[in-house]
Write a protein that binds this ligand. Sequence first.
Ligand code: GDP
Ligand code: IMO
Ligand code: MG
Length: 426
Amino acid sequence: MPATVVVGTQWGDEGKGKLTDLIAKEMAMVVRYQGGHNAGHTLVVDGESFALQLVPSGVLYDHIVPVIGNGVVVDPFVLLAEIDTLESKGVDCSRLRVSGNAHLILPYHQELDMLTERYLGKNKLGTTKRGIGPTYADKAMRVGIRVQDLLDEKIFRAKLDAVLGDKNTVLTRVYNRLPTDPDELADRVMAEVVPRLRPHVADSVGLVHDALDAGENVLFEGAQATFLDLDHGTYPFVTSSNPVAGGACTGAGIGPRHIQRVVGIAKAYITRVGAGPFPTELFDADGDALVDRGHEFGTNTGRRRRPGWFDAVMMRQAVRLNSLSEVAITKLDILDTFDTLKVCVAYDVNGERHEHLPYHQSDLHSAKPIYEELPGWQSDLTAVRERSELPTPAVRYLEFLEGQIGAPISLVGVGPGREQFVNFSG
Ligand code: GDP
Ligand code: IMO
Ligand code: MG
């Protein structure tokens, strides 16, 4: 039965958390399929803010089973701390299930992430330093340690011993750091993690298919975004997983025929954290206004996000890469004060017009945006709930985006609160 995927269509922080929470109301299960605690998904419910990193965004509903899929990389210490924070706010996390096949982020992964970035110097990627890259690298190298390994102390200790032989050589000889003591780390994991995590560990693929077979709606929540995708993003300025909708298949264990609806989330403008090409980036007062009005600072890392105008060229690529059936536009209210708004409709690459994303990264670096300018509305949208209440220039802006993207806009965000949205399709 129906599977829905929520996917970021830009460079992250589009408001996936808010939209997932919104759509999750009609779902029985919400499954995260990739990434780790590099994600920061914010939900605002009744004025209270929840910043989720690993726990799926459906957790606030009592009827939902939140599942961390096999494609996710899990720092068990962070996960338990997140559960504690949620429970201190009255959120019941007992239904949370974690795939036994998910890989573990352990302290040496974070240390290596930090050291690699330091070593790269001015060429650094600007990672979140959460150990994401090193953990997925271990998975691909087949030396990773999985959540299921926690359930057998002998296996866990043996795997940790083996992998730390190699990691400690790198840590001590390449980076001149202290080695990680395998016994100390294993003792800590066995004492602090295993007793608490054990009840949550599950066969996530079985759970997802039982729900689908029973005719229940299952939502797959992507983290990061299309242009941070390891294969399709602006490599090497990407994350180490596959946030695109297809990632839901591998990261949760379903075939593509289950997916009936793919909701692409896009801000009404665009932001990016960390390094990498960004054709519509703004370095002027408009950019500062987007950052100030949009509070564009990382949910977890606090870093200033780089702002830019909406890029329809990227969105057309996102439609292709994800088979988007609809688009939700978020943060339209942030544009409330602008006299005019720009939308990038094509790129000029060495005098040639490109309506679709050039495949060569050098072309993307040198691409100059070709803009169309539209009038702003200069009124406060945060209390708008119906399409008919939107000022005409706002409707025109959204219709213009729809035409440029080539996919219908379903929902439009006009504020961070769960209730602050407009159903644009009807
Ligand atoms: P995610 O990583 O895609 O889940 O997005 P983040 O939570 O990192 O960043 C989005 C930010 O915008 C959060 O602070 C949200 O509360 C906020 N937000 C989401 N939708 C809207 C919206 O429509 N309007 C406004 N003003 N804020 C929004
Ligand atoms: P959500 O789910 C925005 C970026 C980092 C860096 C690159 C690689 O909240 O949208 P990594 O730590 O993954 O190896 O960093 O990816 N990045 C994000 N940017 N939102 C995110 O998640 C991100 N997760 C990673 O800034 O440029
Ligand atoms: Mg975020």
